[in-house]
Write a protein that binds this ligand. Structure first.
Ligand code: PMP
Length: 357
């Protein structure tokens, strides 16, 4: 018998439906659906640029941030080139690399769930055109701090474009969060990806954007599909930008729930590193496969990587309580070999700084 899904926590979506003001804006746009949107999304680009406090020649809009990533790859990658990324990561990266005829180069994460920046640097060669970093990372929620990112960028050769995916950045509260705007001028090979799918809760509408220096942005824009950003999505994004403070309160609530859920799971004995995204990562050797079965039986859909981990999106309070209740029914994870939750991350950070200066 199929168990009904009560809580959808598998895709790192927002638990909140669009705000009433955003829904009204979408309804007005629906009434005009016989009209084309702009040939290129210039108005929306300007609005996003003003909101980011940059000139509009530093912004380009795409069909989700995944669409922007594909446009970048189409711009800089030739068949036979290589695209490197920490693995595991967002599933789209190996697919996008293959779509443009590149060799995907997955570089294993460090055991504490961080992207191994030293190993990524070592994996770059004359064939590499793009290296992807996710910050915060999917699925582990780990964070690359400002000093580490700067050290990495200084060492990446200029023929390699750094695709810095910040899909979850609005959920990060760390004092050493990189100021990526400030990095753009000194790194013309950097493209920062952002999205309205996560913190802004518009995943179905497919709007993301990239930030970079004008020369790179102009080249990527040449890959823009005419009429590619639909008018309903454009209206929703513009209305969301007007509702910034309401949306920020929602993000704060998700962050508070993330911390509550994490402590609930730590109390049950699960190893859960601090997360800077809208999800938590449970990982082997904790009993993640049993955990996945218990969640399914409780009607909670999470992302299960068999034998490896479980990524649980932060949901409503009720959904998060259902996660704790379900995982409480799994045998208490072994308490041996348990270290303070922050220790492994800090070790990885200092090890990287020691080698990279
Ligand atoms: N980047 C990361 C790291 C993601 O996890 C996701 C979606 N899960 C995306 C990008 C895709 O976002 P979008 O909806 O903007 O295409």
């Amino acid at each position: 018998m199929d168990i009904p899904v009560l809580h959808r926590l598998a895709l790192n979506e927002s638990p909140y439906p669009p705000l009433p003001s955003v829904r009204r804006a979408m309804q007005r746009a629906v009434a005009q659906a016989h009209r084309y949107p702009q040939f290129h999304p210039d108005d929306l680009t300007e609005r996003i640029a003003a909101w980011c406090q940059v000139t509009s020649d530093r912004v380009m809009v795409g069909s989700g941030s995944v669409g922007v990533a594909l446009q970048l790859l189409r711009t800089v990658v030739r068949p036979g080139d290589a695209v490197a990324y920490g693995w595991r990561t967002f599933d789209a990266y190996p697919l996008l690399a293959t779509m443009v005829g590149a060799h995907p180069v997955p570089v294993p994460l460090s055991p504490d769930g961080h992207q191994d920046l030293g190993a990524l640097l070592a994996a770059l060669d004359h064939r590499t055109r793009v290296v992807v970093l996710c910050n915060p990372h999917n699925p582990t929620g780990s964070l690359i701090t400002a000093d580490i990112l700067s050290a990495f960028l200084r060492q990446v050769p200029r023929h390699v474009t750094v695709l810095l995916d910040e899909a979850y950045v609005e959920f990060a509260r760390h004092s050493a969060l990189p100021d990526t705007h400030a990095l753009l001028d000194s790194h013309p090979n950097l493209l920062v990806l952002r999205t309205f799918s996560k913190a802004y809760g518009l995943a179905a509408l497919r709007v993301g954007y990239g930030l970079g220096v004008p020369d790179l942005v102009a080249r990527i824009r040449r890959q823009q599909l005419p009429f590619g950003i639909n008018a309903v999505a454009t209206a929703a994004v513009k209305a969301s930008l007007r509702a910034g403070s309401e949306l920020r309160r929602r993000v704060d609530a998700v962050v508070a729930e993330r911390e509550r859920l994490r402590h609930g799971l730590l109390d049950l004995g699960w190893r859960v590193h601090p997360s800077h995204a809208n999800s938590l990562w449970l990982h082997a050797p904790d009993p993640v496969d049993e955990g996945a079965m218990a969640l399914t039986a409780a009607g909670v859909q999470a992302r299960h990587y068999p034998g490896e981990g479980l990524r649980v999106t932060i949901g409503s309070r009720e959904a998060n309580d259902a996660v704790v209740a379900a995982l409480a029914s799994v045998g208490r994870p072994e308490a041996s070999d348990r270290r303070a939750p922050n220790a492994p991350a800090d070790e990885a950070v200092s090890a990287y700084l020691r080698v990279s200066g």
